[in-house]
Design a protein around this ligand. Structure first.
Ligand code: ADP
Ligand code: MG
Length: 260
């Protein structure tokens, strides 16, 4: 059964999409069967996967509205993972869902039949705690939180943790924070180092050891419709995301040993 992981942080521009796309590609290298779900109306994860968001037959919009099943919208990418693409139509889906019953459970229901086909299902969330993000958090087993080590980052993080805990009671009792990943990191920045130290003090093992550096190759790759693995896997950014995937796979192995 595939593990469903939401990549979430209500703050924009922290590296959610970059992490979702590159982690999907890096996990596919390990090799794991991966599905990436684009739940952001901006469709950035779709474009970065080499799929044109303006030319989708079906997308997460139709899937959420129950107009098509996930299998009817999933496409293959040249990066070795599958994609459930998304675009601006998601905004309309969100508005239409407002009046529907079980509106937070739509994605969970739709992904159910797909779990057996994948080892990991990663969901790229929009930068808000909207109904779309609630759908991701209701469907997920775990949340990966990308964060930039900036002055107000810890404050934002604690409000996200509060939300996840509140949701646990209502929507999804099994939901856990899978890990926090430090993104766009600059080791020469003293403030980043101080925030990072605070982060590990508060969250301990939840903080991934792999740190994603600020690296221009990571910012360039999406304009070529490629992940960093396809575009420049030997770059510092490429090595970092491959390292993060390795860390996640090792955790999974350790966990299954403990359960055995
Ligand atoms: P979010 O999805 O949280 O809004 P993005 O992943 O889209 O954030 O990242 C915001 C911007 O920062 C994008 O232009 C992206 O290319 C760039 N970016 C993200 N991570 C890095 C990094 N590690 N190094 C350099 N640029 C990055
Ligand atoms: Mg994004």
């Amino acid at each position: 059964m595939g593990r469903i992981i939401a990549i979430a942080n209500q703050k924009g521009g922290v590296g959610k999409t970059t992490t979702a796309v590159n982690l999907a590609a890096a996990l596919a290298v390990t090799p794991r069967r991966v599905l990436l779900v684009d739940l952001d109306p901006q469709g950035n994860a779709t474009m970065a996967s080499g799929v044109d968001k303006r030319e989708l037959a079906n997308s997460t919009c139709e899937v959420l509205l129950g107009e098509c099943d996930a299998a009817g919208a999933i496409v293959k990418t040249p990066e070795g993972y599958d994609l459930l693409p998304g675009n601006i139509d998601l905004t309309a889906a969100e508005i239409r869902l407002m009046d529907e019953s079980a509106r937070e459970q739509r994605l969970k229901t739709a992904l159910g039949p797909q779990r057996g086909n994948y080892d990991y299902i990663l969901i790229d969330c929009p930068p808000s705690l909207s109904l779309l993000t609630l759908n991701a958090l209701a469907a997920a087993d775990g949340v990966i939180v990308p964060m930039q080590c900036e002055y107000f980052a810890l404050e934002g993080l604690s409000s996200l943790v509060d939300t996840i805990n509140a949701l646990k009671g209502k929507l999804n009792p099994a939901l856990e924070i899978e890990g926090i990943v430090r993104t766009m990191y600059d080791v020469r920045n003293n403030l980043a180092n101080a925030v990072s130290a605070e982060l590990t003090k508060h969250f301990g093992d939840k903080v991934f050891r792999s740190i994603i550096p600020r690296n221009v190759r990571l910012a360039e790759a999406p304009s070529h419709g490629q992940s960093i693995v396809g575009y420049d896997r030997a770059s510092r950014g490429g090595i970092a995301y491959l390292g993060l995937a390795g860390e996640i796979v090792r955790r999974e192995k350790k966990l299954s040993k403990e359960l055995a």
